[in-house]
Design a protein around this ligand. Structure first.
Ligand code: NDP
Length: 257
């Protein structure tokens, strides 16, 4: 069976979406999904060349898109990226705080402090900095929606990944809190919890480790970036108009047992 989603017809027309980490993997799939639904898309990424390449692909498919270099660990860079989105397309309505890194694998008692700081700075503080500057812009636009990319490890532990797991749990709590604060201002904020997804994030996973990851999913395979993008697109759309502050799995059954 095909896993390729069918984009709802132009449901994002007239809306501007900012996607952090939009040059690769899940963020790139979502950039294509939102653009197919009519959004103007700002691809914000640490990897500026990758962001420009993504924008060239989007534009050649007829979409309105722009690239901006952004390091989500740097609040000034995030603020400038949000300002760029508003200046380029006139307003910001949708945001996907998706930039993330895996970090090395080692037990908590041996985990390097600098690795902890780097992973938490990217995967948790980066989501806070992003919402810190996106939310005032979305409120100024009259409302919209935010999706924060957590993980199945936003509720489950995973041996060897203390920083990643702690950061992704933090994203779920941060999402719920911001959702409470902004629901009455017509901003819906939700989190997505993907299982292991076949993207460049897993580039350093050897075949034995990959087989182990596959075995954790009752579906018998890793997910695709497009499958995660489809859930995020739904949460960003008006079809999700009563969904606020919740955490949504797309995990091939990983969390069901
Ligand atoms: P990718 O590595 O394919 O894409 C992540 C993108 O984020 C890359 O372009 C990366 O740039 C960019 N990035 C990294 N650090 C920063 C930063 N400081 N500022 C701006 N951009 C940055 O990963 P995925 O698409 O797989 O992951 C996307 C999100 O989904 C992440 O938050 C991840 O934790 C989450 N996720 C992924 C899962 C998976 O199995 N793949 C499972 C569950 C959640 P560069 O390449 O230069 O580092």
């Amino acid at each position: 069976m095909s896993t390729t989603p069918t984009p709802a017809d132009q449901e994002f027309a007239g809306r501007t979406a900012l996607i952090t980490g939009g040059a690769s993997g899940i963020g790139l799939a979502l950039a294509h999904r939102l653009a197919a639904g009519g959004a103007s898309v700002v691809v914000a990424d640490y990897d500026e060349a990758g962001a420009r390449k993504a924008v060239a692909e989007l534009e050649s498919a007829g979409a309105k898109a722009a690239a901006v270099a952004m390091d989500v660990t740097d609040p000034a860079s995030v603020e400038a990226g949000v300002r760029f989105a508003v200046d380029t397309f006139g307003a910001l309505h949708l945001a996907v705080n998706n930039a993330g890194i895996g970090g090395p694998s080692s037990p908590t008692g041996e985990y390097a402090v600098e690795d902890w700081n780097r992973v938490v700075a990217t995967n948790l503080s980066g989501v806070f900095y992003s919402m810190r500057y996106e939310l005032p812009a979305i409120v100024a636009a009259g409302g919209g929606a935010v999706v924060n990319m957590s993980s199945i490890l936003g509720t489950n532990g995973f041996a060897g990944s203390p920083a990643y797991v702690a950061a992704k749990h933090g994203v779920v709590g941060l999402t719920k809190t911001a959702a409470l604060e902004y629901a009455a201002r017509d901003v819906r904020i939700n989190a997505v919890g993907p299982g292991f997804i076949d993207t460049p994030l897993l580039r350093n996973t050897d075949s034995a480790a990959r087989d182990h990851l596959v075995s954790l999913h009752p579906a018998g395979r890793l997910g695709t970036a497009e499958e995660v993008a489809e859930l995020a697109a739904f949460l960003l759309s008006d079809r999700a108009s009563f969904i606020h502050g919740s955490y949504h799995l797309v995990d091939g059954g990983y969390s069901a047992s």
